[in-house]
Write a protein that binds this ligand. Sequence first.
Ligand SMILES: [Zn+2]
Length: 444
Amino acid sequence: MNFLRQKGKKMSKSRRLICLIGLFLLTSCGNINSSHSVNKAPKNIILIIGDGMGPTHISAYRYLTEHKSGSTQTVFDKFKLGTASTFPADNTLVTDSAAAATALATGIKTYNGAIAVDKQQNHLTTLFEIAKQHNKQTGLAVTSDIAHATPASFYSHQQRRKQKNEIANWLVDNQTSKQPIVDVILGGGKFFMKRSDRDLIAELQAKGYSYTDNMAQLAQLTKPALGIFHSIGFPSALDSDTQRLSQMTDTALNLLKNSEQGFVLLVEGSQIDWCGHQNDIACLLAEMADFANAIDTAYQFASQRDDTLIVITADHETGGLALASQGKYLWKVDEVAKISMTTKTMAAKVKQGNDLATLLSQHTPFTYSEQEIAQAQSYSHLATEPFALHITKLINKKSNTGFSTTGHSATDVQVFSYGTGSEHFTGFMDNTDIAKKLIQFVKQ
Ligand SMILES: [Zn+2]
């Protein structure tokens, strides 16, 4: 017994010693970590915004991925996770893209519709403007028109988001050292860029920008670069392809990667929101796939370096999406995966004389009664988008997909982060905190 007790005492002494050494090593390692990652600002920042992407969108995309590939892993799982509130500067709790983008670009909350101005309509300094002050380069890659609220809030200042011509003018007129502040501009919106009063494309070319309106020629762009590909936004991913945002992201990264003082790149999956407004689940999931491909491109870039931060978030949730409806314990992802046309395109085709029943049988896996078809058809006198909503309603009933609104909701959004400085983006935060942290990094 004595021997055992003595041995026990000896063991506890040596354990104490091991613990002390372990504690010393842990503390040292902690310090090394903090000096290398916590205090180190990233040279490059890639901010990726899924417009209208709520937590349920990520769940829906995971179920779709599992259905298609058998794997429950998505690109989102490679990132650290946090959440953010999105409310605007009033008591509605529900933000629009302009107020949310202003919060993400400046760290200040404002009213819905405001583009980088505060409640008193004073201009707010944006992440891009601060980046240029610190000799960083900047880039935009979006699937909406380039004057849409999210990209607009990073380079322009307007009282109302609908002032799109005035917003686009800032692409030329917002300058540091006599050069426009956005070095790489990729997106839609020729309608706002080439006008009778101003040809902003020609003006940017005169400032030295290389230009293309052909996605196949993206690789030929040199910096500063301008790629404007459609009159307004890109065609929907479901009606075209799911590589368009990743191609633009890849081009932007190639053009910006050798910036001596680093860069800030904004990538936006703009149309997740548009599909949400249409309550079109297949449209939304194709945009999510396009968005995920762009994230993967950014991840491939950042994971091969130790100087780049990726932050992915949403400006707000759109649609109040629910993966069940009508009290049923069933969401038919396998059927949703077979839908091959947006309801907006179906509605446009019906208005051009095509037969709705034929379109539904060709592009969706469900069967419909004559009465159901006739009811949806009875709204064909409406404009394309409201008519499409009635076709969507019919499809959602079959797949058990729920939407609580055709607008935005107040739900918190997720914040995914990777790379240098990513430890600052976990847990709960407000959308303004994201901008404040990014601005702090750019200033370091
Ligand atoms: Zn929206």
